[in-house]
Design a protein around this ligand. Structure first.
Ligand code: SAH
Length: 209
């Protein structure tokens, strides 16, 4: 149930849903998602669905992880990526295969600790984690080539200051009762926004737990 073949079926499904970037599809094929969920759910790890990871949070749906990663990589291989919402660590692991360094922030201490253990046992040494309110970003490591926000809400405009020129931020933004995935690109002239479609994420919250 966690075999190579099962994983390949997920990749085929993502391709059928419109994910084209071979770097993203290869990273998904190579990353053992079953190790990012509890044992009771590992048989469902290669379904294209979000799954609970405890503390009311979820590991994102693989299609959404692929879509966000593809959107974040549009400008080429990023040097530094900032993630808001480490959660299980799965999205960070995918980014770590495609960027030089990933700086991932999470507000729930228990989730940061289990994600760190996973990164360690998988030998993912280019992921740096921090237990903090990610809405403040990671100023000492800025600027970032990409910022990926994996919880939905209102992203403070100050986070955009931590983007490098030509850098992109991909974030689910609340608009009324629904969420839209928005890519914001920092250009010399200012910021350009693109709507990548409807998504569903757990809420972006302030403060730490
Ligand atoms: N990227 C994760 C998705 C986890 S769900 C994965 O691949 O598993 C989103 C996560 O964002 C939750 O763990 C939640 O605790 C976290 N979160 C919400 N608001 C946050 C904030 N302000 N700063 C940091 N993390 C936040």
């Amino acid at each position: 149930m966690t075999s190579e073949k099962t994983r390949q079926r997920l990749v085929d499904r993502l391709r059928a849903k419109g994910i084209k970037d071979p770097r993203v599809l290869d990273a998904i094929a190579a990353t053992p998602r079953h190790l990012f969920v509890g044992e009771a759910l590992s048989s469902r790890a290669y379904e294209d669905s979000a799954l609970p990871i405890g503390r009311g949070q979820t590991i994102s749906q693989p299609y959404v992880v692929a879509l966000m990663t593809e959107a974040a990589l549009a400008g080429g291989r990023p040097g530094k990526v900032l993630e808001i919402g480490t959660g299980s660590g799965y999205q960070a692991a995918i980014l770590a295969a495609l960027a030089d360094q990933v700086f991932s922030t999470e507000r729930i201490g228990e989730l940061v600790r289990s994600a760190r253990q996973r990164f360690h046992s998988l030998g993912l040494h280019n992921i740096y984690t921090r237990h903090c309110d990610g809405l403040t970003g990671w100023p000492s490591q800025a600027p970032f080539d990409a910022i990926v926000v994996t919880a939905g809400g209102v992203v403070p405009a100050s986070l955009l200051d931590q983007l490098a020129e030509d850098g992109v931020m991909v974030a689910p933004e609340q608009s009324g009762s629904s969420q839209r995935l928005i890519r914001t690109t920092r250009t010399r002239a200012g910021f350009e926004r693109e709507d990548l479609g409807a998504v569903i994420f757990v809420p972006l919250l302030e403060g730490v737990e």
